[in-house]
Design a protein around this ligand. Structure first.
Ligand SMILES: [Zn+2]
Length: 280
């Protein structure tokens, strides 16, 4: 093939080449290394860390998550950092397992600890949703049928009002074709966050769910009652006949009540979890 190169093209090519080369002194600098770890967002109140640890145990006790699944919280002192345990079963999480990440999901100081493959779920949702302070990812069996069938998950009783009007489904095949189903890249996390939009819950087809809230206890509440609502909706549908869902206006009016009373459930779950944790 005959190449045709004008003087302008040649000048541009040379300038790009020169521009791409580092200065002579830089060529003799230290060899390339991995990018520097992000700086810490600062110390965190140990009580907040403990709340995150307890939430891991509560979610296990409530059968919302088992050996898989994770919960994070945004760093209380820096909105561009979040806290998430190392890759470990939630029932085994202690304060020493809690790691700090930037919103690109790079660990601040891994200390040899492994990270969750799907941590991008958390980082990308925190980027997209400044109002969100806690994120839960579950593989909850109860909600999965609503991510693979044609029936949307909708509120059928008052404590599921946050599901209104219905729960969107993230289909990873539409986002990225054939995959291993895991949200293991920033792009997939971003796509999931886009499906979630301004909602509190999104389902992942054939996989599980994500649940978000402005506090850790509220996120736990929503994750648990997503499962309960799914179970009740399944039962109502199995009975046959038309299901009488909550109206959006009813759900809206119920949300304020939930906001006021959800702490009662959290206090109970927390006490039970602490008793089990201290008995170990
Ligand atoms: Zn998962």
């Amino acid at each position: 093939m005959k190449l045709s190169l004008t003087a302008a093209h040649a000048a541009l090519a040379i300038s790009l080449l020169v521009g791409a080369l580092p200065p002579v002194h830089a060529q003799t600098a230290a060899p390339a290394t991995a990018p520097a770890a992000p700086e810490s967002g600062g110390p965190v109140d140990p009580a907040k860390i403990q709340e995150l640890v307890i939430a891991n145990h509560v979610l296990t006790d409530l059968n919302v998550i088992d050996g898989f699944g994770h919960i994070s919280m945004r760093h209380p002192g820096n909105p561009n950092r979040y806290l998430l345990s190392r890759s470990v079963a939630p029932a085994l999480v202690t304060a020493d397992d809690i790691m700090e990440y930037d919103l690109a999901s790079n660990p601040v100081d891994a200390k040899g600890r492994n990270s969750f493959f799907e941590r991008y779920i958390h980082g990308e949702i925190y980027k997209a949703r400044p109002d969100v302070m806690a994120v839960i990812h579950t593989h909850s069996l109860g909600v999965i049928p609503f991510g693979i069938g044609g029936v949307p998950l909708r509120p059928v009783f008052l404590l599921g009002a946050f599901l209104s009007p219905s729960v969107p489904v993230f289909d990873i095949r539409k986002a990225a074709g054939q995959t291993n189903m895991l949200v293991g890249t920033p792009d997939l996390g971003k796509s999931l966050a886009s499906t979630l939009g301004s909602r509190s819950v999104a389902l992942l087809r054939g996989h599980g769910s994500v649940v978000v809230a402005s506090t850790v206890p509220m996120a736990v509440f929503r994750a648990y009652y997503s499962n309960v609502n799914a179970s009740l909706q399944s039962q109502a549908m199995a009975l046959g006949g038309k299901v009488n869902y909550m109206e959006p206006e009813e759900s809206q009016k119920t949300l304020a009540t939930i906001e006021n009373i959800h702490g009662r459930a959290w206090d109970l779950w927390k006490r039970a979890a602490l008793e089990k944790m201290t008995a170990k």
